[in-house]
Design a protein around this ligand. Sequence first.
Ligand code: NAD
Length: 283
Amino acid sequence: MTILDGKKLSQKIRVEVKKEVEELKKEGIIPGLAVILVGDDPASRVYVKMKKDACHDVGIYSVVHEFPETITEKELLSTIDMINENPNIHGLLIQLPLPKHIDTTKILERVSPDKDVDGFHPYNMGRLVEGLDTFAPCTPLGVMEFFKEYNIDLYGKDVCVVGASNIVGKPMWALLVNEMATVDICHIATKDLASHTKRADIVIVGVGKPNLITADMVKDGVIVIDIGINRLPDGKLVGDIDFENVSKKASYITPVPGGVGPMTIAMLLKNTLKAAKKYKEVK
Ligand code: NAD
């Protein structure tokens, strides 16, 4: 059994991004990322700080626009318009979740598709489904990096994706289909989850329920990717997979923490670099 080491791989990617950022700087372009953070959600604050620190490490300029929970939709939209117009900012992400009185879809659709480094704009999502060059969402994109790094061929493989959100499961499905995998996508309404996971060569889970996938639900030699992040009452961080027992049957498996999490941030850096390079082309 091989552990798919997200810490190590993300570090390797960061070094590559840093090199390219230095090259761009020689040409007078400093890649820039703006983050919009609304409210006081502690988890969102932690994520934003991690993103900011990661940008700093690789030489990407970053700025966080913080707003109170009470901000209006109109104010948020005009901030996005201002950032869309700013030539020094190449990537813009809206930290989710937003307060209930704000229409998240409307906000995400206002981000310029050229600066949409989270890949949440329907324009980019549509291009992703069509297999065109785009900004793909960072978490599923990070999962794809594992397959590349560890030479795991997806052609003709049976893959089961558990979780079908717009930011994880659905783009994961598209990325895999584009690599010619046969993809089964499951969600809360799936009748017999085990019947799907059991026949898969690769199981990818992003749900948010500890121990959702147990050893009896996977076949021998399975490749398992755990996207879930759950904080147990004792403070321990776990994924959605019963790691201890599933790892005994798996050929490759990601740990939590140290698996998909660090890859998500590495992909944000990569997408921001890509946005800055695109800007250079059209400038
Ligand atoms: P979400 O709540 O938007 O979606 C959850 C999905 O799981 C839905 O499609 C739902 O139908 C499905 N689901 C719920 N219960 C199920 C069950 N019993 N069986 C099968 N499917 C079920 O969540 P999300 O934003 O997609 O996040 C999912 C998980 O991934 C969370 O734990 C989140 O913290 C984690 N996550 C991790 C990263 C990372 O960087 N590692 C990034 C994003 C999300």
